[in-house]
Design a protein around this ligand. Structure first.
Ligand SMILES: [Zn+2]
Length: 226
């Protein structure tokens, strides 16, 4: 049932803020030629190209710019649209921030199963305890141009430019201590239930310990999915 990863695979990474989902997704995308589908980028793309006369999109733009959550129904539609586009181009997908809620999981899984077949969909749960998540998020950095996450590991501590595109590194405003608590709570209440949903749908959830160094987590993921 669990065949190796290839260009027709889908990998879904689940994990709390700071678990390194984005970093692992980038590594998987690079190694297997998968498209890294990030909800934030999908939303940003929609909003950047929003027609000034499109009232719905303008309202979403306002939400986005004020840091509020976009309308779940629309975000789900946009993610599904993007998944269809990527599938039609013949690429697999690695997800690092979606599904984020049961609502998204219920909407996305049937489509992904139709596009890629269930056996080609791998689910990885990157575990990280709350204390470590808070510690990592309290100094989370991203690059200004492409929002590449700068991993919170010693080997990246002293860099000042993004290793991928050389752009400036900024600290995400989202990540002050109260916001982290809220995000962790949201994760526990809204994202963790996805795991049960997927188990009931007969998915095997592969688990890895997110406290390990990046390379080790990556090797662990490769061993488990292949
Ligand atoms: Zn960058």
């Amino acid at each position: 049932m669990n065949g190796p990863i290839n260009k027709q695979s889908v990998v879904i990474l689940i994990g709390p803020p700071g678990s390194g989902k984005g970093t692992q997704a980038e590594l998987l995308a690079e190694k297997f030629g998968l498209f890294h589908l990030e909800s934030s980028k999908v939303i940003e793309e929609k909003i950047k190209n929003a027609d000034p006369n499109d009232e719905i999109l303008q309202k979403e733009k306002g939400l986005w710019e004020s840091g509020k959550l976009n309308t779940p129904e629309l975000v789900l539609e946009w993610i599904k649209e993007k998944a269809k586009e990527v599938a039609s181009e013949g690429h697999g997908i690695v997800f690092s921030g979606s599904p984020r809620t049961l609502y998204e999981a219920e909407g996305e899984m049937p489509l992904l199963e139709k596009l890629y077949e269930k056996d080609n969909i791998k689910i990885i749960n990157i575990e990280l305890n709350e204390e470590e998540s808070i510690k990592r998020n309290s100094k989370r950095r991203i690059c200004k141009d492409s929002r590449h996450p700068i991993p919170n590991f010693p080997e990246f501590e002293n860099i000042t430019k993004c290793p991928k595109d050389g752009s400036e590194i900024i600290t995400r405003l989202l990540d002050n201590p109260e916001t982290i608590e809220i995000r962790l709570q949201e994760y526990a209440n809204r994202t963790v239930p996805i795991i049960d949903f997927l188990k009931k749908r007969n998915y095997k959830i592969m688990e890895t310990n997110g406290e390990q160094p990046i390379e080790k987590v990556f090797r662990d993921i490769l061993e488990k999915i292949n």
